[in-house]
Design a protein around this ligand. Structure first.
Ligand SMILES: [Zn+2]
Ligand SMILES: [Zn+2]
Length: 111
């Protein structure tokens, strides 16, 4: 936090909590300088909110991906990640996709 000096006696001031924000109080002559910084506090809270949301979404996506024991046609690997993706039209059944964890080869399941 920034250091403020008293305009009256030049002594160092300490931050004090006030009803409408943070103020500064002189330690020597008790002179109080009001600083309304409520706006700054609100902006900081908003930034925190924005940062936290993508972290939550990333965790959710990772949890939704499951692995399955399946033969990869490209490298002969035995394990792949699978997920279900709805086709663009919506009236077709959802397609299951596989991604080999060894070589990243991705293929879809043909019904
Ligand atoms: Zn003072
Ligand atoms: Zn593979």
């Amino acid at each position: 936090m920034a250091i403020k000096f008293c305009p009256k006696c030049g002594s160092m001031m300490v931050p004090v909590k006030q009803e409408d924000g943070i103020g500064w109080k002189c330690r020597k002559c008790e002179h109080i300088q009001a600083v309304v910084n409520k706006k700054e506090v609100v902006i900081k809270e908003k930034i925190k909110e924005i940062v936290e949301i993508p972290v939550f979404d990333a965790d959710k996506t990772r949890d939704e991906l499951s692995t399955i024991e399946i033969d990869c046609s490209k490298c002969g690997g035995k394990k792949a990640i699978w997920w279900i993706q709805q086709t663009r039209s919506g009236d077709e059944p959802a397609t299951r996709f596989y991604k080999c964890i060894k070589c990243n080869h991705t293929w879809r399941e043909y019904a």
